[in-house]
Design a binder for this molecule. Sequence first.
Ligand code: FAD
Ligand code: DHB
Length: 393
Amino acid sequence: SRVPVGIVGAGPAGLFLSLLLRREGIESVVLDSRSRAEIEGTIRAGVLEHWTADLIRDLGLNGRMDRLAHRHGGVTLQFCGERHHLNFRELTDGKEVTVYPQHEVLIDLLAALDAEGGQVIFGVQDVAMHDLRTDRPRLTFRRAPDAEPEELLCEYVAGCDGFHGPGRQAIPVTERREYTKVYPFGWLGVLVEAPPSYHELIYANHERGFALLSTRTPEIQRMYVQCGPHDPLGEWPDDRVWEELHRRLDVPGSCVTEGRIFQKNIVPLRSFVSEPMRYGRLFLAGDAAHIVPPTGAKGLNLAVGDVVLLSHLMIRAMRHGDRDALDTYSARALRRVWRAERFSWSMTRMLHRDPTGSAFEGRIHLAELDYLVHSEAASRSLAENYVGFPVEL
Ligand code: FAD
Ligand code: DHB
C-alpha cells in the first residue's frame, strides 16, 4: 500500500509528527514494535518545556493535562546544605515548566489519533527501510512472526525509533558522524506512594552524589539518586535508597517523606549526536539521532522540537511545492540539538560527583552553583535554557 509519510516509532517524536501532519491533511502510518499497553505504561521523562505545553494546548490535547499536570514557576538548587530558589517566571518574562509524564502525553496523542482516523500499527516485527536515496522509499514489516511481509510505499520516511531503532543504522556509517560522551555514573529512579516532600523540584549537588526530588501526583512522587552506571538493582534495596535520599536532600525543617517504593530502575547517562539527521528521503527525529543526559529534562522536548520543524518542512514540500524546504532540516534541527546538548552536559557536570574527577573539579562545581544563584545574569541563563527555546520556523 501507499502512504505519503511512513513513520517508524510511536514515541513522542513519531506520534507528534503523525498528528501535526494529519492536522494539515497529510496521511501517515506509524509502525511500532511494542504493544500499545507497553507504550502507554513505560515510565520515562517528566518535564515539559513552556512551548511544549503550549503546543499541547494549541493542538487541543490539554484535557487531561489541565487536570493532572503541575505548573512550576521555578526550581530549587541545593548545595552545601542550603536551598536556593530560581524564579523562572521572573527571570524569563512569565515562562514556566509543566510536570506531566511522557506516558500521559503518549496516551493523549494516541487518543487524538484514534479519534481523527490516524493509523498506528503496534507490535510489528522486522521493520526495514529500503530505497531511501530514491523518490519512492519503502518500509517493509510483519504484523506477527508468522505473518506475510507487508510493504509501504512512501514519499518520505521518518526514523522516530529511538536510540536502538533501525533508523540511524539505515544510514551507511561512511555517511554520518557520531559524537559520544559516556558519564561514569547513572540515575536510580523510584516511584513512591507518598505526599510531596516539597513544593517544587530540587536538584541537589552533594558530596555523596546528585539527587533529584520530583513529583507525579498528590499521591505519587518521583525521586532519583546518582548511582554507578552499571549497578545491579539488587545493590539498591529500599533502605539504601532512603538513606541516600535523606543524606543528599534533607535540610533542617524539610525532609524527604518516605512511602512504599513501587517502581525502581537504573539508567546510565550519556550524551550522543549523530550527524546529519537526513539521508535521502529518510529523516531522523528524537532519540534516533541524539541522546542527552536527563539532568536538564530535555530529551522529550528535543524530540518534539525536531518534529515540529520536520512537519513544517514536509508540509511545505508536499502542500506548497517547496521541494527544497527539507534540505534545511538537518542543519536547523542540529543547531537546536547542540544547544540542548551543551545545557544538559553543563547541568550534569555541575550537579554530579565524578568518581574519576579531582577534588579541584568538585570545588569548581560549587563555585559555579554559587555564581549561578547569586548572579542574575547567570540565573537568567539557566532559566531560559530550562524553560526551553521555541522552534524557529
Ligand atoms: P522513544 O520514546 O524511544 O520512542 C521510540 C519508539 O520506537 C518506541 O516506542 C520503540 O518501541 C519504537 N521502536 C524502536 N525500535 C523499533 C523497531 N525496530 N521497529 C519498530 N519500532 C521500533 N528524559 C528526561 O528528560 N528525563 C528522564 O527522566 C528520562 N528518563 C528516561 C528513561 C529511559 C529508560 C529512557 C529510555 C529515556 C528517558 N528519557 C528521559 C529520555 C526521553 O524519554 C526520550 O528522549 C524520549 O522518549 C524520546 O522520544 P522519541 O520519540 O525520540 O523516542
Ligand atoms: C524528571 C526527570 C528529569 O530528567 C528531570 O530533569 C526532572 C524531572 C521527572 O521524571 O520528574
